[in-house]
Design a protein around this ligand. Structure first.
Ligand SMILES: Nc1ncnc2c1ncn2[C@@H]1O[C@H](COP(=O)(O)OP(=O)(O)OP(=O)(O)O)[C@@H](O)[C@H]1O
Length: 253
């Protein structure tokens, strides 16, 4: 699939991306000639059967893993051209992450975790950033919890902290890898509503890898991967329509 004209100006983009693991008879092709953009201000879900390359695509787009072939951009900046130090800086300043396992620092309290992206950048949050953190704490229902450590919070609360942390630096894009994978269905819905409202209210761009058709039904756009290729690119769909598409893909796989 060639890059769509509507993906030009995308917040993150890959062209002719290939990713292989191993060599010789052990060689696995995780991604095969993928060209796609994540559109600015949209909530994009990335779906596909197990092993189809979803996490690999996200990790390469986010600069957490390298491409074997092709090129990767964040906005106008080609990340495949950056050295390690520049890539680390770009990730810290311009990309937010939300993971299935929350990935909070267990020894820091909630406020410590929220300040962490700024501390890692070699500075504390400035006044405007402190105000933003306070607004996120209130909006995400974490008032009264800022002195708690992660193990003192429920899974849903921990994921809300992770989302607040990802939003705090106003990243160009947030990559979320199975953000509801460890949560029950009611808590998952709350987390998805939070992600959705960040897109609608502040124009945050979010790309989310998920297995869950209900989670993907919150997205504006759904990319379907199979065998390392993008095989479908759809506007918002219902959970039932997504389940049907996934069933077709899994049966074909
Ligand atoms: N570090 C690695 N070494 C070797 N092979 C790998 C590695 N990481 C991923 N793969 C392989 O690449 C392919 C794509 O994996 P990936 O994790 O991206 O798929 P996925 O769609 O995210 O799967 P799942 O839904 O099960 O998490 C798979 O065949 C996987 O076994």
């Amino acid at each position: 699939m060639d890059i769509l004209s509507s993906d030009i100006g995308a917040v993150a983009r890959v062209a002719h991306l290939g990713k292989h693991y191993g060599t010789g008879g052990q060689r696995v092709t995780a991604l095969d000639d993928v060209s796609i953009g994540i559109r600015r201000g949209q909530f994009t879900a990335i779906m596909g059967p197990s092993g189809s390359g979803k996490s690999t695509l996200m990790h390469v787009m986010a600069g957490l893993d390298t491409a074997s072939e092709g090129r990767v951009w964040l906005g106008d900046d080609e990340i495949t051209a950056l050295g390690d130090a520049a890539l680390t800086r770009l990730r810290r300043r311009r990309i937010g992450f939300v993971f299935q396992a929350f990935n909070l620092v267990p020894t820091l309290d909630v406020m410590g975790n929220l300040r962490l992206p700024f501390e890692l950048d070699g500075r504390g949050p400035d006044t405007a950033e402190r105000e933003r953190i306070a607004a996120l704490v209130a909006a995400l229902g974490l008032d009264g919890r800022t002195g708690h450590r992660p193990h003192e919070l429920s899974g849903g609360q921990q994921q809300r902290v992770a989302i607040a942390r990802a939003l705090a630096t106003r990243p160009d894009v947030i990559f979320a890898d199975e953000p509801t994978g460890a949560l029950d269905s009611r808590t998952s819905r709350e987390v998805l509503r939070l992600l959705r409202s960040a897109v609608v209210e502040t124009g945050q761009s979010i790309a989310m890898v998920t297995h869950d058709p209900v989670a993907a039904s919150h997205a504006d756009r759904i990319l379907f991967l199979a065998d390392g290729r993008i095989i479908d690119d759809r506007e918002a769909m219902s959970a039932a329509q997504i389940s049907e598409t996934m069933l077709r893909l899994e049966t074909a796989a």
